[in-house]
Design a protein around this ligand. Structure first.
Ligand code: IVH
Length: 661
């Protein structure tokens, strides 16, 4: 292949991947399947390795760069990043509207209402259509240049179709789901959990290793554009959307105090439905001319106000403090609370994370405590109301022994967690199996925690491979187990044998190996047995794998009993072939190519693609003669026309469901 060809091909791949990233991370749309995406990505990174002469900082592969930035250079903002005047009172928002109307002496005013994201403000500078600099707010005048880290945020376009220089400002934040997952793994590793998504985002942006930043999956939403030719803010948000930026959730143009208050109240009521932290709404005067006329005080522009929401708190009683043993033996305290309603749900438990936390807060059984939802799925205890402490309460003492197996608990060096080091501890085995059958892993329906517990208690199973030796009769003999449920459990186990290797690897619960890393591993091997011998060094060559992850994989497969378990799973008929090797050959979609189009009602695109791929099929973004099926949802456009003209079989969701039920 000549060099001109390679250069062109590299550019094509970069362009394509950037387009897919922008659709996926900006609009939540999958234009191609994960597998096709991974293949394109691998092809690009291989070509880039072979041709370093075409290196470019705009390449999507550079999002996970490894350039170590020891200190962050200080950069002065082109225009200061001011703060926003805020209030907790809707009445004051109304007064602000009246003030705006007075100052602008009766001329018509249009406003925009936006969510106020609770993350870290960042300025993104684009020149000649490329992201050249990302700077934190800092003190408002000078910020830290964190470009390498910000490049890892997939929703931020690296290249845009707009050549004039411009600056986008917005919020970098972390979704609740990512935050909880990160904290869960931190706690499992015996470390102190992060406080809240905002602090975690700030800390993440200051990490020295962009690979680590990439693994934290930060998000971005734009709320401000400096540049462009619009006459107002609303139009600018539209332009940003068009350029591929994720834009903050905003209202249509609002034109009265009533409309503004209605917007504030709507989101105050609905904020619990959001998957990311929001601490209020922001109201902006739309017209730049009017903004200019209104000007700023020394701290904040007069044309903008934030209506902040009170964090929701509740008071309740600690009925008990129990200990839970996790998969890796970490013992965590959980507060059992008198049920109390908070932020849309009834709360019965609160995380305490570790025993230091109990000591720090001074919590005792019987105490009245204040709890708050701070981004965790279950809320946390903020403080004890000492005035309500019962006179007979006693100080809480951390357990010395594992509540499950009685082993002496250890505190490892540099860890805050207490750990049970007994590999055969029933609670650890239980938690491992519970994870193995869970939805994100092998998805064995009908094998809930209660069944697993009974199977263990009755010594019918010891590890995951034993699950596949179960027969209907053996399960049916368990207490409270109906024949029907036993037969369901066995067929669910049978069904789960078809899961692709990544789900199995995820299910093994190897430390530091979550769903994504499991997918990378499955892509890396022909067969699971490759992992018995691969060196940690080679594992580190996988994108996003650091030495701790590689070591953890080694530790797992170095244990003979784990290798044996793999071979027992193989004999039971599970799929141990990686993506590099044979694809699923006997699934319902084996050998079939699907194209998805239009808006699906019951499935997200990812979910539908996953079903197809789990059944051995392929998902493609473009229709051709090779397409076997088109799954069409509402408002399908030109792709559907093309499919019909090519004679491709078009199915709807109901038919899709029938195919894969
Ligand atoms: S506009 C002149 N819009 O809130 C101020 N800020 O408490 C320009 N924030 O530092 C900022 N959501 O980090 C704006 N929709 C939104 C916002 C927003 C969150 C943050 C921003 C700012 C902080 C002030």
């Amino acid at each position: 292949m000549n060099s001109e060809f390679n250069k062109r091909h590299i550019n094509e791949l970069r362009h394509l991947i950037n387009k897919y990233d922008s659709a996926y991370y900006g609009r939540g749309e999958s234009l191609i399947s994960d597998k096709e995406y991974d293949e394109l990505y691998k092809e690009l990174s291989n070509l880039e390795q072979q041709h370093p002469e075409y290196d470019s900082p705009d390449s999507p592969t550079r999002r996970v760069g490894s350039d170590l930035t020891k200190v962050f250079p200080k950069v002065r903002h082109s225009v200061p990043m001011m703060s926003i005047d805020n209030t907790y009172s809707a009445e004051e928002v109304r007064e602000w509207v009246v003030r705006m109307e007075k100052t602008l002496s009766g001329s018509e005013i249009r406003f925009t209402g936006e969510l106020k994201l609770d993350g870290v403000a960042c300025s993104l500078v684009y020149e000649d259509g490329r992201l050249v600099r990302a700077v934190t707010r800092g003190d408002g005048v000078v910020g830290d240049e964190v470009t390498a880290n910000v490049r890892t945020i997939r929703s931020i376009p690296l290249v845009v179709d707009y050549k004039d220089p411009f600056e986008v400002r917005g919020e970098i934040y972390m979704t609740f789901k990512k935050f909880s997952a990160l904290n869960a793994s931190i706690v499992e590793n015996g470390q102190k959990p992060m406080q809240n998504p905002r602090n975690t985002t700030a800390g993440t942006l200051k990490l020295q290793d962009p690979t680590e930043v990439a693994s934290r999956n930060l998000s971005f939403s734009a709320y401000f554009l400096l540049g462009g030719e619009s006459s107002g803010h609303h139009e600018n948000l539209k332009l940003l959307e068009k350029l591929g930026f994720p834009v903050v959730v905003h209202s249509p143009v609002l034109s009265s105090g009533d409309e503004i208050i209605a917007f504030c109240k709507k989101w105050e009521a609905d904020r619990h439905t959001l998957s990311f932290p929001v601490d209020g709404v922001v109201i902006k005067v739309d017209s730049f001319e009017q903004q200019q006329f209104l000007g700023s005080t020394s701290k904040s522009p007069r044309w903008i106000i934030a209506y902040k929401y009170q964090p929701e708190k509740a008071l309740t009683e600690v009925e008990n403090i129990e200990s839970n043993v996790g998969r890796t033996g970490v013992v965590t305290p959980i507060a059992r609370l008198s049920p109390v309603f908070l932020a849309g749900t009834t709360i019965k438990n609160a995380t305490l994370h570790n025993y230091d936390e109990i000591e720090r807060l001074g919590i005792r059984v019987g105490d009245c405590v204040e709890i708050e939802k701070g981004g965790e799925i279950i809320p946390k205890v903020i403080k004890v109301d000492m005035s309500k402490r019962p006179s007979n309460s006693v100080e809480f003492k951390p357990p010395l022994q594992c509540p499950s197996c009685g082993s002496h608990l250890e505190r490892l060096e540099k860890e805050v967690a207490l750990r049970c080091l007994n590999k055969t501890c029933p609670a650890q085995i239980f938690a491992t199996l519970e994870h193995f059958v869970s939805r994100s892993a092998m998805d064995v329906r009908g094998m809930g925690p209660a069944v697993i517990k009974q199977l263990l208690d009755n010594r019918l199973i010891y590890d995951a491979a034993d699950l596949y030796t179960l027969t209907e009769e053996r399960i049916a003999n368990l207490e409270r187990m109906a024949e029907k449920s036993a037969s369901n459990a066995v067929s669910a186990l049978e069904e789960s044998k078809k899961r692709p290797l990544d789900r199995l690897i995820h299910g093994l619960g190897i430390r530091m190996i979550g769903a994504k890393a499991a997918r990378d591993l499955a892509f890396f091997v022909d067969d699971i047995s490759d992992l018995y011998t691969v060196s940690a060094e080679d594992l580190e060559k996988i994108d996003g794998f650091g030495s701790t992850m590689a070591q953890s994989v080694r530790l797992f497969f170095d244990r003979e009993e784990n290798r044996n378990m793999m071979e027992r799973l193989r004999s039971a008929g599970l799929n141990l072939k990686g993506e590099k090797g044979t694809a699923q050959k006997d699934g319902k979609a084996a050998g079939l190519t699907f194209v998805l189009t239009g808006t699906l009602e019951k499935y997200t695109r990812e979910h539908a693609s996953k079903i197809i791929m789990d059944e051995g099929g392929k998902v493609s973004s473009s229709v051709s003669k090779k397409t076997d099926y088109m799954l069409a949802g509402a408002e399908a456009g030109s792709k559907l026309d093309k499919a019909i003209s090519l004679g491709v079989k078009v199915i709807d969701e109901a038919e899709f469901e029938r195919m894969f039920s």
